[in-house]
Design a protein around this ligand. Structure first.
Ligand code: 9UX
Length: 69
C-alpha cells in the first residue's frame, strides 16, 4: 500500500468532496478521503495504482488534482 496526497481545486461545496471520494473509491484497491476545507485528498492505494490514474479520476469527476511538491 502507498499513500498519495493530492491538492484539489474546483470544489465549491462539501458535496464536491463526497463526489470525488466516490469517484476515486470506484478504482480497484483505492481508499480515498477528501477534505473540502483543506482542498486535499489523501489516498491509500495498492502499489499498482499510479498517481496519474488518481488525477484522471478526479478530472473525470470535473475537478482538478495536482501533486503537491
Ligand atoms: Mo453541489 Mo459541489 O452541485 O459541486 S456538489 S456545489
Amino acid at each position: 500500500m502507498t499513500t498519495t496526497d493530492l491538492a484539489i481545486t474546483g470544489m465549491t461545496c462539501a458535496s464536491c468532496a463526497n463526489r470525488i471520494e466516490r469517484k476515486l473509491n470506484k478504482l480497484d484497491g483505492v481508499e480515498a478521503s477528501v477534505n473540502y476545507a483543506t482542498e486535499k485528498a489523501r489516498v491509500s492505494h495498492a502499489d499498482g495504482v499510479t498517481t496519474d490514474e488518481l488525477v484522471r479520476a478526479v478530472e473525470a469527476a470535473g475537478y482538478v488534482a495536482t501533486v503537491p511538491v
